[in-house]
Design a protein around this ligand. Sequence first.
Ligand code: MG
Length: 275
Amino acid sequence: MKNNIPILALSLSVALFGTLSAPSAEITINGVIGYQDTPLEPGGQWHVHDPARPQPPVVSPGKSFSENAAPPIDAIVLFDGKDTAQWRAQKTGGESPWKLQDGAMIADKDDIQTTQEFGDLQLHLEFREPATTEGDWGNRGNSGVFLMGLFEIQIFDCYHSNKIYADGATAGIYGQHPPQVNPCRPPGEWQTYDILFTAPRFDANGELVSPAYVTVIFNGVVVQNHQSIRGTTNHKSPGKYMKHSQTGPLALQYHHSPVAFRNIWVRPVSSMDEP
Ligand code: MG
């Protein structure tokens, strides 16, 4: 009898939510891996993670931009190479499991998030893809910056040979907006994100008043220009808003790749709707 309970639960969930959908199938088009049995993006031209969606053109960045940029006096320093006190393991809430190594912290075991919460902000951070990659293609230098813990600016190894769908490329708003261009540096080199973010606004009824916006300067090149975000980013989802608070923690993803981070600081900035 005990063994029947999961079957009963499955039958009930099928009855309540409809027939089981088949898991989506990975396909490759022109060497790019993705999916075409995922929902269509608004506008109906591309599926979420569509490998046919044009890849951002490669633009070689300048030799340097904001590497080792010293934080302004009013910045909140989230990582200065010495300790991870500003971060917590996302699942457990315990100490960050990321390792410290030569002034960097290396992604390991779990996503991490800041102990403090932020809304509108200016963010500087630096990351380095591992020089060698092994295992599943989807882990290839995979990490990400989650603004408010909800909106992922992707981190991936897209140097020249990009195998991932365009809306999963480095500096893409994951599953929504590819970067305008691809100024990736080779794995093993430090790269910079300078990000301006405006949090979404909701009215008292929980209706969206204005979406989130993000500007991303990647290695000195604008790749998202005050781009609106369609809601919380998720794998195989076109994005959806549900009312949430005005602030949230900044999170960094662990996706089975030892991506390194250094020099992370943030400045909460005045929002445009406040005098
Ligand atoms: Mg990611």
